[in-house]
Design a protein around this ligand. Structure first.
Ligand SMILES: CC(C)(COP(=O)(O)OP(=O)(O)OC[C@H]1O[C@@H](n2cnc3c(N)ncnc32)[C@H](O)[C@@H]1OP(=O)(O)O)[C@@H](O)C(=O)NCCC(=O)NCCS
Length: 138
């Protein structure tokens, strides 16, 4: 029988459980091994898992006192539009716990998605070094 579950740990997770299709539209995406390291190294992670395959994930970094940053959120295209993204957001907020500030960066077309979850539009600044986008130095 097919099984869908959310997990807040990377225990027992391997790169083989991270299916093709993540980092959609990234020109130089991390490979599954690097993706696994990103999940393991994050302070908080929530995974949406279907039959042992990760179909969605969210990560956050936190100082545990004042501030947290939601770093990555993605749901595989076949699983989008079913409430998984919203549920991952709600669960990572629970994992982060009560804290003064939670920030993230997103494209303008997603501001409604995050506004529904209590986030307000602000001015942000970001810097990207695309040579490093895969998480490897080459
Ligand atoms: C953004 C993303 C995580 C949403 O995941 P999802 O599982 O499809 O979202 P949900 O099904 O929980 O949608 C919740 C609500 O947000 C809306 N929404 C979802 N994606 C949206 C989008 N791209 N633009 C506008 N609204 C969106 C849905 O319509 C839904 O609204 P409703 O409750 O009124 O129907 C997913 O589209 C995705 O992985 N996109 C590619 C990667 C990305 O952009 N990540 C975010 C980086 S900041």
């Amino acid at each position: 029988m097919s099984e869908f579950e959310y997990r807040t740990t990377t225990e027992d997770l391997s790169a083989e459980n991270l299916g093709e299709g993540f980092f959609d539209e990234w020109s130089n995406p991390p490979d599954p091994e690097t993706h696994l390291k990103i999940l393991e190294n994050s302070d908080h992670v929530v995974l949406a898992v279907y039959d042992d395959e990760v179909v969605g994930f969210i990560t956050a970094l936190s100082d545990g006192i004042l501030s947290a940053f939601i770093t990555l959120l993605e749901v595989l295209p076949d699983y989008q539009g079913r409430g998984i993204g919203q549920s991952l957001m709600n669960q990572i907020m629970e994992e982060i716990g009560e804290i003064y500030m939670v920030d993230l960066v997103c494209d303008a077309n997603l501001s409604r998605f995050y506004a529904e979850l209590g986030f307000a539009t602000t001015t942000g600044m970001s810097r990207r070094d695309y040579r490093m986008q895969s998480g490897r130095s080459n």
